[in-house]
Design a protein around this ligand. Structure first.
Ligand SMILES: [Zn+2]
Length: 772
């Protein structure tokens, strides 16, 4: 899935910028090149760094774009959603590839709830009759668009079954803020069917919030302002979504990802399964996605107030809100079947530290042919694995064990990765060093998210990979793009001082979720994006024909992804010492805490101002009786919250991180001498456990599956991260006392991590002194 790629402005005149502003980068670049006699890679002694550099260079030189192209052609040749014949066929083909490359590979199967459409009806009964087509048409020039027998019809998986008839209301993106606006406009959706446009909030939030406001059905359509003709020419003449293009997708609720019937445990034979009626993550009301060709007659038939300006899409109509007079009939029913999913798991055993695992994954299932989502990532990952197998034949043996995972069932709800992590939780928590994810890959800038203990590490890797379109590293390009799109001078100045790429926190939305949020494993998510010439997200047109015309046409960004993720995997696997640095993570967590304080202050100011304006009569004075707006409700001013325990814990974290960074600098400054093997064993054992310390076994207060106290998605943001969610979500709910009640337990987790890092730093100091 993985939407919301970064969309920076073009970077003009980078050469001049580079001369004056890249001094820190040039220093770091020199630091990353042991050949130049400078410091070794993070976590490496000088000798092992030079050897590693040699293998990595051979690795990157051997990546072949044509092979990535061929992988994509093969894997996207037919529709391959969960339960389809080609889904299994692909898994078996991937398995055979890994075996041929010398991996110890197997398929792990889980049995999960996967609904497919049985009945889909959408019709307008009043004021005129209209029957929605609910079908994407065959494009003559596109050879796979006509595979209609195997295509999954347009639908939202995990929608409730339902048969409803009601007046229609337009609700913009269908976010909670949109309903606040509707309240002020005096429009209720109680008993209505809502129509929302795709975008802004994650799709599953739309029916959830609609149901909370009393709606009985939900339609989601793709407005051309989002990914259609406003962006560029529509397919097939251009790459953008055509009039009848539909975005399929899961609307599973966010209490927990994975199989709705087996929360917290692997969906294996014999697993205790919930009854369908008890599964918390199905929607409460029926939902159906449609094209704008199907939406246009419905929206045109609405009357009532004209939609606020920001709510208007790009269709050539005046957008009205309703309710009615459009009255629609929506019927949705699914086959609620249990289907097998096939995860391909391939292992290359480590020669020195086989019990430390470096894990890499990308899903292989799609909604239809899925050339971009997910095969662009999968095809690049397979090329990485092929070349690593080749190096293995030539004598390279990774020090740690490498595990490649081709996940099934990501699209419906991260099914393959969640069930696998739940099944192997104890082993993963004992052995996993890190997980590196990718998903769809496009063109443009390196976009990296994850836990910031890996920030310095991945920045070092990105310095070594050449951007295909410029003469600079993918690091430099991404860094300069960040300067170009920075919001103000302060942010630009901060960026110019940095010698690393800032990793954005991840929430959920792809297969890293269970690793990071549930198992406490350090995580990276990598892709290239920002220069797309089209979008066919979750449509039949996301296929090989489209991708090779409008996206990464020569697969050079597929190569860049292989090089970046593959180099990262090799470097993690071979490092003497797990290559983490906690200073950037302490910095990020301090920032998340200050965001909480700012959020509180902003709410106090906003509500104070609003209450004052209510008293003054500002809303009454500015109300236009021809376009009446109700005043917003008066609010209770939020009380002060005591963040001191968290700030003290972050202080400890910052200090121990600095102590560890200093030891790390001592390690690299020493140049050649490596630490004795027994010191490394002890230090690696320390480091392996640290990211687990951010977990609370009881999880978030309202969503116990999410154990991580720092990294989690929001219950109302979907994919987006809500760092320190235990506190923040209650603040969003205006439950200030409950928010404050969560501060101590978050602080405990941060203190535990600080103590773990301090222990590692102390051992590190002893090792450097020769006394460990
Ligand atoms: Zn995907």
């Amino acid at each position: 899935m993985n939407m919301g790629a970064l969309q920076p402005g073009r970077v003009a005149g980078w050469r001049t910028v580079m001369l004056c502003a890249l001094a820190p980068l040039l220093t770091l670049r020199a630091a990353a090149e042991p050949a130049a006699g400078a410091a070794p890679f993070l976590g490496y002694s000088a000798g092992s760094s030079a050897t590693e550099d040699g293998w990595e260079k051979r690795f990157r030189a051997a990546i072949v774009p044509a092979t990535i192209r061929e992988n994509m052609r093969r894997l996207s040749a037919r529709p391959h959603h969960v339960g389809s014949p080609y889904d299994k066929d692909n898994a078996e083909w991937i398995l055979a590839q890994f075996k041929a490359w010398g991996y110890d590979a197997r398929i792990e199967t889980f049995n999960v709830l996967f609904p497919t459409p049985k009945i889909r009806v959408l019709e307008m009964l009043e004021p005129t009759a209209f029957h929605a087509v609910l079908k994407e048409s065959v494009v003559a020039s596109d050879p796979t668009s006509g595979q209609t027998d195997e295509q999954l019809p347009t639908y939202n998986a995990y929608s409730a079954d339902g048969n409803v008839t009601a007046p229609l209301v337009y609700v913009n993106f269908g976010s909670r803020e949109d309903y606040v606006e509707l309240d002020r406009l005096g429009i209720s959706v109680k008993g209505a069917i809502v129509i929302a446009r795709y975008g802004q909030s994650w799709r599953g939030i739309k029916p959830k919030v609609a149901a909370e406001h009393g709606a009985i059905g939900c339609i989601i359509y793709s407005d051309p302002g989002g990914d259609g003709y406003v962006k560029g020419d529509a397919y097939p003449s251009g790459g953008w979504r055509p009039a009848d293009g539909v975005q399929r997708g899961s609307v599973m609720d966010t209490d927990y990802p994975g199989d709705p019937l087996t929360p917290g445990v692997g969906a294996l034979p014999g697993a205790k399964r919930l009854a369908l009626k008890d599964a918390k993550t199905l929607t409460k009301i029926p939902v159906l996605p449609i094209s704008y060709a199907d939406a246009l007659p419905l929206l045109s038939a609405l009357q009532g107030p004209v939609a606020p300006e920001a709510w208007r899409g790009a269709l050539p109509i005046t957008y009205h809100l309703g309710p009615g007079p459009a009255k629609v009939h929506l019927q949705v029913a699914s086959n609620w079947d249990i289907k097998p999913i096939y995860d391909v798991i391939a292992t290359l055993r480590g020669g020195v530290m086989p019990d430390q695992w470096v894990i890499r994954g990308n899903h292989h299932d799609a909604w239809v042919n899925g050339a971009e989502d997910p095969i662009s990532g999968q095809a690049a990952m397979l090329e990485e694995a092929r070349v690593m197998g080749e190096l293995h034949h030539q004598g390279w043996v990774p020090a740690r064990t490498i595990i490649y995972c081709a996940w099934d069932g990501e699209e419906p709800g991260l099914l393959g990765s969640v069930e696998w992590v739940e099944t192997h939780l104890a082993d993963l928590q004992r052995h996993a060093v890190a997980y590196i994810n990718s998903d769809g890959n496009d063109r443009g800038y390196l976009s990296a998210g994850g836990t910031q203990d890996l920030q310095r590490f991945v920045s070092g890797v990105a310095l070594e990979v050449q951007d295909p379109e410029t003469n600079m590293s993918v690091f430099a390009r991404s860094h300069l793009a960040a300067i170009a799109k920075a919001k103000d001078a302060d942010e630009r100045s901060d960026l110019r001082k940095r010698s690393d790429l800032v990793l954005e926190a991840l929430g959920d939305g792809s297969d890293f979720t269970a690793f990071q949020d549930f198992a406490g494993i350090s995580t990276l998510d990598l892709s290239f994006a920002g220069e797309e010439d089209g979008d066919q997200y979750h449509s039949i047109y996301d296929d090989f024909h489209w991708y090779t015309q409008f996206v990464d046409t020569d697969f050079v960004y597929g190569r860049a992804l292989s090089e970046t993720a593959g180099s990262a995997i090799m470097r993690l696997a071979d490092a003497d010492l797990i290559p983490v640095d906690y200073a950037p993570q302490a910095e990020a967590i301090a920032r998340y805490e200050s965001e909480l304080e700012k959020l509180l202050k902003d709410k106090q100011d906003e509500f104070t101002e609003r209450n004052l304006e209510l008293q003054e009569g500002v809303f009454a004075a500015t109300n236009d009786p021809r376009r009446p707006l109700l005043p917003p409700p008066a609010e209770t001013i939020p009380p002060y919250i005591n963040f001191a325990p968290m700030k003290n814990a972050i202080d400890l974290l910052t200090k121990s991180a600095a102590r560890f960074s200093a030891a790390l600098a001592g390690f690299t400054a020493r140049g050649s001498p490596a630490l004795p093997a027994k010191s490394l064993v002890l230090l690696n054992a320390d480091l392996l456990q640290i990211s687990r310390l951010f977990l609370n076994p009881h999880g978030l207060p309202e969503r116990p599956w999410f154990k991580n106290q720092i990294y989690a998605p929001g219950a109302y943001t979907g994919y987006g991260a809500k760092p320190i969610a235990a506190v923040r979500e209650y603040m969003d709910e205006k439950k200030w006392r409950e928010a404050e009640g969560q501060v101590p337990q978050v602080s405990v987790a941060i203190e535990a991590a600080a103590a773990g890092i301090d222990r590692a730093a102390a051992d590190f100091e002893s090792a450097l002194a020769g006394t460990l």
